[in-house]
Ligand binder design. Structure first.
Ligand code: PSU
Ligand code: MN
Length: 306
């Protein structure tokens, strides 16, 4: 663990790390900005339970009262899930400002990676990472998740990038920034709600044990950055790609019409899609978050035994 006087690691997470036991970092932007209440708090708790069920310790990450929290307690999850409190969306660049102002903030993958690394955690779970937005050649809207993954040595388990993004461009940029994308029992990049994207992956592993062997060596390579493991949503929750595409197109048109830009695009589009799909995207989103948390914990457990 690196010393930083604004880092607050919970007693449980601290004890697990000190004993070399498995810990999984969980991002909190999906609670505050990604999912509507009451599903957001339920999903946060279910993800933590899934990590515990697989034998690891969950470390949900957030920012509050000028401190970086690793292993946020239940009351903080409740505050993050409460729209009345309007928690900020913290990307990597925002941490200094948020620490100085003392504001409550939920962390995206980029900020979570940075904080988890400070705490000495090696595995992170999320639903989907940010990436290259459609039209990014003109808008320059590329998530700092990619930038942070490139330089921060952690394994991230997810269902790919959010399907509202330009997935081929996201995959290209991950390659450029030397982030390996490894299929967990799949040879194709999942498209978040859908199991398939048509984009082939160069690498795949067949088990948590194999994944842990890769993580161990990748992270021990001098100058290591992060690595990305991808798996589709649970089969019974996966939605056909063309069905999702219709909802995305509609949501993006609505976002443009409403003048929504930058960090507000993701929450707006996800909310809109949940409505137009009659709640299906929401159920799939929650199901894949929980499944990714469970598998991340299996990888962390295998890694702690190496
Ligand atoms: N995926 C979801 N819901 C979310 C996010 C991803 O299903 O809320 C969040 C993650 O925290 C991710 C962030 O790191 O969106 C990326 O935001 P941006 O594109 O603004 O960088
Ligand atoms: Mn962005």
């Amino acid at each position: 663990m690196r010393h930083f006087d604004r880092l607050s690691v919970s007693a449980e997470v601290h004890a697990a790390l000190a004993a070399g036991r498995a810990v999984v970092a969980l991002e909190s932007s999906l609670i505050a900005q990604g999912l509507p209440p009451p599903h957001n708090l339920e999903a946060a708790r279910m993800a933590e339970e899934a990590v515990r069920g697989a034998g690891a310790v969950p470390a949900t990450i957030a920012v509050e009262d000028g401190r970086l929290l690793v292993g946020a307690e239940s009351a903080i999850l409740e505050r993050l899930a409460d729209p009345e409190r309007g928690p900020a969306k913290a990307a990597s660049r925002d941490l200094g400002v948020l620490l100085a102002t003392g504001r409550l903030a939920a962390t995206t993958v980029s900020a979570t990676l940075r904080i988890a690394h400070l705490a000495g955690i090696r595995v992170l779970a999320t639903g989907g990472i940010g990436g290259v937005h459609r039209g990014a050649a003109a808008s320059f809207d590329v998530s700092s998740d990619i930038e942070e993954l490139a330089v921060t040595p952690l394994a991230v388990v997810c269902s790919g990038a959010k399907s509202i993004l330009d997935l081929p461009a996201t995959l290209e940029l991950l390659e450029t920034r030397r982030v390996p994308v490894i299929g967990l029992r799949v040879g194709e990049l999942p498209a978040f709600y859908s199991a398939t994207s048509g984009l082939a992956l160069t690498h795949r592993v067949e088990s948590a044990d194999e994944a842990a062997a890769v993580v161990d060596l990748h992270l021990r390579l001098p100058g290591a950055g992060g690595l990305l493991f991808v798996q589709p949503p649970p089969a019974e929750l996966a939605i056909a790609g063309d069905e999702v595409d219709g909802w995305i197109a509609e949501a993006l048109r609505a976002a443009a019409a409403a003048g929504v830009t930058a960090g507000r695009v993701t929450p707006f589009v996800l909310g809109r899609m949940a409505t137009s799909s009659g709640g299906r995207t929401l159920r799939t989103n929650i199901g894949l978050i929980v499944n990714n948390a469970r598998v991340a914990a299996e990888v962390a457990v295998a890694l702690s035994g190496r």
